[in-house]
Write a protein that binds this ligand. Structure first.
Ligand code: IMP
Ligand code: MG
Length: 176
């Protein structure tokens, strides 16, 4: 099978959207510090670009969870692979994701982080695939709503590849 990638969202569109999200977040968190938590590995590219566009004080941490394995279908089980470095007590947490699919990952993190005593918790995702949602979830900041297609690039992978693409692309498989 040959893998073809078609551009879905260009680098320019991405930059523009991230600037807009950064401006909105800066406004909403005026006078506070945003504690950004990126969900590894996918959200790392977006998280860094977004942090650069936020003008209020920012601190960052990362967490790695696994729910996907190397297939393109979610297993439904969320497991902590790498925990946070810092406590969340009284922090204004902004969880940053690359893409929300079933919603299980963010749903799990929401409960976990609430139990750890954060002051507020909000969610920001670059992409949202609402057609695939299986749990109820309020997402505060969404970059782009996309159809139910498997995407790669800008941190997102297919079998650990294509994370480094500077745009978002859809995967197509063709016979060689
Ligand atoms: P959820 O828990 O089902 O919402 O899964 C979210 C996670 O699944 C994301 O953080 C991604 O790591 C992964 N994922 C979901 N859809 C895609 C996709 O189209 N391409 C790459 N990764 C995806
Ligand atoms: Mg992710």
């Amino acid at each position: 099978m040959k893998e073809n990638i078609k551009v879905l969202i260009s680098e320019e569109e991405m930059d523009k959207k991230i600037r807009a999200l950064g401006a909105q977040i800066s406004k909403d968190y005026e006078g506070r510090q945003v504690h950004m938590i990126g969900v590894l590995k996918g959200a790392s590219f977006f998280m860094c670009e977004l942090a650069k566009r936020i003008t209020v004080p920012v601190s960052i941490d990362f967490m790695a969870v696994s729910s996907y394995g190397s297939s393109t279908k979610s297993s439904g089980i969320v497991r902590i692979v790498k925990d946070l470095d810092e406590p969340l007590m009284d922090r204004d947490v902004l969880v940053v994701e690359d893409i929300v699919d079933s919603g299980r990952t963010l749903n799990y993190l929401q409960e976990l982080f609430r139990d750890r005593g954060c002051r507020t918790i909000r969610f920001c995702t670059l992409l949202d695939k609402p057609d695939r949602r299986v749990v109820d979830l309020d997402i505060d900041y969404v970059g782009f709503v996309i159809p139910d297609e498997f995407v790669v690039g800008y941190g997102m992978d297919y079998d650990q590849r294509y994370r480094n693409l500077p745009y978002i692309g859809t995967m197509e498989f063709t016979e060689e």
